[in-house]
Design a protein around this ligand. Structure first.
Ligand code: FE2
Length: 283
């Protein structure tokens, strides 16, 4: 399955530039992909040492769902819970080694719990590409009493405790098959790290930690956490889906992957309630 970047499009001349003109699209794509080390999604066994994973799991499971935010958009509980710094640092060092670059830094992380709610909302993860910072992503399995595979590009992964998927959610299509159960006791809990390179668009133009090409900062003077809500970013993302969804769907149809759960997409009302990411880079 191709990565949805313009250079990979099989028929670039056939693209209708309806939301975003080609020149702007290429500038945003360059902004997003510059300085990124690209790789194919992969699974890691034994992400943490047994001792560290035990500590992490205890912290995660000590949280009562009543005290976690509920994300109505994706129908899951999620919270930027407090973690000891050594566990965050070890995750970042591990992915740096695995991907082969030191330019991976903290963004934010969520402890995420999936389970059917009392009012019958079922966990779901529709086909999408992240809007949020996620040039590098770790999806670590914490605990569950069922499997729930995840598809990144055209690979399907089923992971167990202390196994992780390393991927690039900001660039690649990903989704999960239907939850496919009515059992309210079934749950699936993960810890999701969204990490970024030092020149990521979510670092403000005036932040001394970034050394982006001055021409890039000049072209996009509104870089920082809120750039994700800007019209130029939004238009790029909508145009990207227009360009690449038909290709993904065609190739999915030829694959052995499970069906894409099209009927589980969030309603406009749910989408409007999607909460904004706060405290990016607070750690
Ligand atoms: Fe995602």
């Amino acid at each position: 399955m191709i990565r949805p970047l313009l250079k990979n499009h099989p028929k670039p001349d056939s693209i209708e530039w309806v939301v975003c003109d080609k020149e702007t699209y290429m500038a945003v794509e360059d902004l997003l992909t510059r300085d990124v080390t690209f790789f194919e999604p992969f699974m890691v066994d034994q992400f943490y040492s047994d001792e560290d994973f035990k500590e992490l799991k205890e912290i995660c499971l000590s949280h009562n769902l009543k005290n976690l935010d509920y994300n109505q958009h994706l129908q899951k509980w999620e919270e930027e819970i407090e973690l000891p710094q050594h566990l965050v640092d070890k995750a970042i060092n591990r992915i740096r080694e695995l991907v082969g670059t030191d330019d991976i830094h903290h963004g934010y992380y969520f402890y995420t719990h999936h389970q059917i709610t009392e009012d019958g909302r079922k966990p779901r993860l529709p086909l999408h590409i992240d809007f949020s910072p996620g040039s590098y992503f770790i999806g670590l399995h914490i605990s569950s009493n069922r499997d729930w595979p995840c598809v990144f590009k055209d690979q399907i992964f089923t992971i167990k405790e202390n196994q992780a998927i390393i991927a690039q959610t900001e660039f690649d299509y990903h989704w999960r098959p239907s939850w496919n159960s009515d059992d309210p006791n079934e749950y699936y809990a993960v810890l999701l790290f969204h990490l970024r390179h030092k020149n990521h668009w979510s670092i403000p133009n005036n932040d001394p930690s970034q050394d982006r090409d001055p021409k890039v900062n000049e072209r996009f003077p509104n870089l920082g956490p809120d750039f994700v809500y800007s019209e130029v970013h939004d238009n790029y993302k909508v145009q990207q889906r227009k360009n690449f969804d038909p290709i993904y769907i065609e190739r999915h149809a030829e694959s052995d992957l499970p069906p894409i759960p099209w009927d589980e997409r969030p309603t406009a009302e749910d989408a409007a309630k999607e909460k904004r990411i706060k405290n990016i880079g607070a750690n």
